[in-house]
Design a binder for this molecule. Structure first.
Ligand code: BGC
Length: 739
């Protein structure tokens, strides 16, 4: 079936390539010289009602129909967002076991955000887009731009941290470069999908201020600046309506306020009602009737809400036909931009360039949290190295849910450390966690865990240095779709293991891997701590380069590490705020009571210091910041002022630093955070080199969302521009006034 369709399509596309003179009788929808809206209307006018409805729902696990009669191709989708997922069977959740679908695993989006380098985000989007193109995908399901509200969220590793500005800055280049391959981004999960617990029906209540200031800006920029061609509706409910057919989110905000002209794709199994889906902005329904998203049902694709039931309601006059015309328009636009784009490149897979890109991102993502001088470990000085921890050998692209990838290669940390420090490097697992499963865990017997623990501690006594590579993984109840973490501490007794290791060997480097913050009761005892992430194919070489000093760490945290869970704003207000409270007959209800005070905005305002703050990250060199200077001390209504700061590398090695700009409104009519990120620049300096970093500040950077007026406003008054190396390490502050 697919084959025949592809042949028809090739013929149709070949016509599209003919010179203009030969195209006199070409239907308008195939004429690429015509504006896209004309082509859409022309195609629509040729379609039957049945053909329009067929566009609006899945025809397999990961595809939806085109219009075969007109040579309009199917839409093929794939997860996303860290690489192109292996192929599935047409009709079920079993992998198809192809032998040519192993991919480059790029670092998780949390890691990308930790680079604070939008150029790397562009490179990432370009590279993953080339892989998606090669695999003939039309939509890549990502990037995820939900905000990390609580460190217990099982999917934070797929998102870009706690700050809407950082997330937006990183999402836009990813989307733009991805789409140059004729592959649509599908920005997910719209919206307020900030936990996995009860994700199918938790009903979120949030103020308009928090919605507009914290949870929507990255989506808005993805749509307006990134020009994303598709958006995925989330599983949860907001104001009592499921997100995939939420009138306010989809009709009023996404299309009405932001002018989105692409297709809204449902999350798999997130559609619940034909009429609402018809009226409230959903275009393509995917994955329904899968009972918890992992098992099969007896229902076919024709039974989807937007399939036969929709057709029949239109025919009976219960839903206007104009609804399906609008959906078909959105989907045709998407198809013209992707599958029917004859300019799209060929794509490529697992190339040396993609591995190099994955490594560049990975190296710049690693965050040096603490260093008393033990790091870097010079390979010439250490020949008796012990590596402890399951994550040193675990294939971390396995598990986690839909972001799971079949890696062509995974160069593990242990392999790379052996390449750097020699084959004499010893290894002890220290703990074991079992295979990754969706929604549950494999339990490892205590005797095994005890013996692994004791073995590691014994070996540590004899080593010159111990490198601990533990953290979290992609198992259920860790960092995996459909479940949240159960606790803020590291699981499997790792805290005790780290304490026992450092007690017998003070030369301990902790280089944990996770996509979330976690408690560190041992923080004061351990001399050097690196935060690594799910770094993909090149995880090992990237970590070894940073540990050995071949690369200088330059990552900065994209979210705060609270000392204790209750220091995080979402957890401060108890169960109603997280995870919500089950109300019989109404399902789980939740209120975001911390409001706009998410992440560092909470720590700053409530004066609860984080263990490691947002934006924090050290280097093997040191950077001295000079005094910031303003181009003017007054900003007028439409004016822009510039703040400039000199930065010098005062250490002995090359290094990169991310200079951050935060703005403080000294007095405002509504409560505001102490400061908010409004700019950042990553710079590269040789020892002794100085550079001037400048930021433009506009009235937009001073605004807050006034929910009573439904408007962004900047109030006249005094503001501070704070230049820092993190959200708490402010190096220079200047004041200016507005109006
Ligand atoms: C996830 C989406 C994913 C989809 C398809 C869902 O369970 O929430 O993020 O894209 O499955 O695999």
């Amino acid at each position: 079936m697919v084959q025949i369709q592809k042949i028809i399509l090739s013929a149709v596309l070949a016509v599209g390539l003919l010179p203009v003179s030969a195209r006199a009788d070409l239907p308008v929808y195939l004429d690429r010289s015509k504006p896209i809206e004309e082509r859409v209307e022309d195609a629509l006018s040729r379609m039957t009602l049945e053909e329009k409805v067929a566009l609006c729902h899945a025809q397999s696990k990961f595809s939806s129909a085109g219009v075969r009669r007109l040579g309009i191709p199917e839409v093929w989708l794939s997860d996303g967002p860290h690489g192109v997922r292996a192929e599935f069977n047409w009709d079920n959740w079993d992998y198809a076991n192809w032998t040519n679908d192993a991919c480059t695993v790029f670092p998780a989006l949390t890691a990308l955000a930790a680079t604070w380098n939008p150029e790397l985000s562009a490179l990432y989007g370009k590279s993953v887009g080339e892989e998606a193109r090669y695999r003939e995908k039309d939509i890549l399901l990502g990037p995820g731009v939900n905000i990390s509200r609580t460190p217990l969220n099982g999917r934070n590793f797929e998102y870009m941290g706690e700050d809407p500005y950082l997330t937006g800055e990183m999402a836009v280049p990813y989307i733009q470069e991805l789409q140059k391959n004729g592959v649509a981004a599908c920005v997910k999960h719209f919206a307020l999908n900030n936990q996995e617990k009860w994700r199918d029906n938790v009903n979120v209540k949030v103020s308009d201020r928090a919605l507009y200031e914290i949870y929507l800006p990255a989506f808005k920029r993805a749509v307006q600046e990134g020009k994303a061609w598709s958006v995925m509706g989330a599983y949860n409910r907001v104001w009592d309506e499921h997100c995939c057919h939420n009138a306010r989110l989809l009709n009023d905000i996404l299309r009405g306020e932001w002018g989105f002209d692409g297709a809204v794709v449902s999350d798999w199994g997130a559609t619940h009602d034909t009429k609402q889906a018809a009226l409230n902005g959903l275009d393509i329904e995917m994955g329904s009737y899968t009972d918890g998203l992992a098992t099969e049902s007896m229902y076919g694709y024709d039974a989807f809400y937007l399939a036969t039931p929709y057709l029949e309601m239109i025919k009976r006059g219960e839903i206007p036909e104009s609804t399906v015309d609008d959906k078909a328009r959105n989907i045709l636009r998407l198809i013209f931009r992707t599958a029917m784009n004859t300019d799209k490149p060929f794509g490529s897979m697992t190339t040396p360039e993609h591995y190099a890109a994955a490594k560049q991102v990975a190296v710049e993502a690693i965050v040096l949290l603490k260093n008393n001088g033990l790091l870097p470990l010079d390979p010439a000085k250490y020949d008796n190295v012990l590596v402890v921890g399951e994550n040193a050998v675990r294939i971390l692209s396995d598990g986690g849910g839909s972001s799971e990838l079949k890696a062509k290669d995974m160069f593990t940390p242990l392999e790379a450390i052996r390449e750097t420090y020699g084959n004499g490097v010893k290894f002890a697992e220290g703990y074991r966690t079992g295979r990754p499963f969706f929604g549950w865990e494999e339990i490892i017997p205590d005797e095994i865990l005890d013996s692994l623990h004791n073995e590691a501690v014994e070996l540590a006594k004899k080593a010159d240095v111990v490198i601990y590579i533990g953290g979290l993984n992609k198992n259920g109840f860790q960092e995996c779709e459909s479940t949240d973490r159960r606790e803020y501490n590291l699981p499997w007794n790792q805290d005790k293991l780290i304490e026992d290791l450092v007690a017998v060997n003070p030369n301990l480097v902790v280089a944990n891997i996770s996509g979330n913050a976690y408690a560190m009761p041992w923080v004061d005892k351990v001399p050097a701590i690196l935060q690594s992430w799910y770094l993909g194919t090149m995880i090992g070489p990237s970590m070894a380069d940073v540990i050995s000093g071949k690369a200088n760490p330059s990552g900065k945290l994209p979210f705060s590490f609270p000392k204790r869970l209750e220091d995080n704003g979402a957890h401060h207000f108890g169960e109603i705020s997280y995870p919500g409270i089950e109300i019989p007959g109404k399902g789980p209800q939740q209120e975001y009571l911390e409001d706009i005070f998410v992440g560092y905005r909470w720590h700053d305002t409530k004066k609860i210091p984080a263990l490691f703050p947002f934006g924090h990250g050290l280097s093997y060199t040191t950077f001295k910041y000079g005094k910031a200077a303003l181009s003017s001390k007054e900003m007028s209504d439409n004016g822009t002022i510039t703040v400039t700061v000199p930065v010098i590398n005062t250490g002995d090695v090359d290094g990169k630093e991310t200079v951050q700009l935060y703005i403080q409104d000294e007095k405002s009519s509504l409560p505001r955070p102490v400061k908010e990120l409004k700019g950042f620049r990553k710079i590269h300096l040789a020892p002794g080199q100085t550079t001037e970093v400048s930021f433009s500040i506009t009235p937009d950077d001073l605004k807050f969302f006034d929910d009573s007026k439904h408007e962004w406003i900047a109030e006249p008054g005094k503001f501070k521009a704070m230049i820092g190396a993190s959200s708490t390490d402010i190096r220079s502050t200047v004041r200016f006034s507005y109006k």
